[in-house]
Design a binder for this molecule. Sequence first.
Ligand SMILES: Nc1nc(=O)c2c([nH]1)NC[C@@H]1CN(c3ccc(C(=O)N[C@@H](CCC(=O)O)C(=O)O)cc3)CN21
Ligand SMILES: CC(C)C(=O)C(=O)O
Ligand SMILES: [Mg+2]
Length: 295
Amino acid sequence: MAAVRGRVRAPRDAQGDLMSEQSYFSTLPPGRRVTVRDVAEAKARGERWPMLTAYDALTAGVFEEAGVPVLLVGDSAGTTVFGHATTVPVTVDDLLPLVAAVVRGTSRALVVADLPFGSYQASPAQALGSAARFLKEAGAHAVKLEGGRRVVAQVEALVESGVPVMGHLGLTPQSVNAFGGYRVQGRGEAGDRLLEDALALEAAGAFAVVLEVVPAELAERVTKSLTIPTVGIGAGAGTDAQVLVWQDMAGLTPGRPPKFVKRYADVRGVLTDAARRFADDVLAGAYPPEENTYH
Ligand SMILES: Nc1nc(=O)c2c([nH]1)NC[C@@H]1CN(c3ccc(C(=O)N[C@@H](CCC(=O)O)C(=O)O)cc3)CN21
Ligand SMILES: CC(C)C(=O)C(=O)O
Ligand SMILES: [Mg+2]
């Protein structure tokens, strides 16, 4: 198979999924947390890495056990956990207990807290206040915020204060009301502006940048232009890392998912079946059986 940025593509199993392989992250001693320096080292070695969202202790533990080195407590909790239509209503107080749970449920993963809409845009002081809450009250190791040159002052203030920052460009869902929907961003001349934003975030000290729902050609151009890793979601195969919302990846989210989502399981089907069989058993008096009964 063809070499990709200095290494050979991993083998695939019978389902066509990539088989687990020795990665830089898998060589780290167990019990030691992944750091933002490790993320930089992975890019220096030309290694790709996965990121997943997590919102609770148990699933976070599963994902780190499966070899996912970076977990994002996304404001996508607004839709996946809290049932809102968008991420706009999410608050710092909503996410704090979720971040704390993900940190408690893991020992190796780098945990990134998403700064919600309205918790950082007003000023660098506001951004620092929100980020400090995630680090002090929930134990997060880094924060993520949306936007390019308009949030450079915030990124600089956070980095100067010792808070690692992940940027986020392209389809930034907190701006859904300005975009008028969830559409591909960065086509045509907007791509040049996005590249300028990415370079500005890197210069401000961001340790990585998410590129969401942009043409693969643009994501590849940005990835080659930056020394920090790019994390794609709907940005093609040319980014340094890939992130998905876990309920999308595992097939829990109902309905037809966006084109960029690949479903690796049918958790919705598995859970529906389990709940239905439990309900049927209770109706039939078949649960609890003797083996699940105290005397
Ligand atoms: N569960 C979940 N997964 C996500 O990826 C996600 C959230 N929630 N909530 C916040 C945002 C919203 N996201 C979305 C939502 C819809 C599309 C979507 O429908 N995209 C179209 C592209 C349309 C076009 O061609 O311009 C698609 O069909 O893929 C994309 C990203 C990503 N984020
Ligand atoms: C999808 C990722 C990048 C995100 O911002 C979120 O889950 O909130
Ligand atoms: Mg988000």
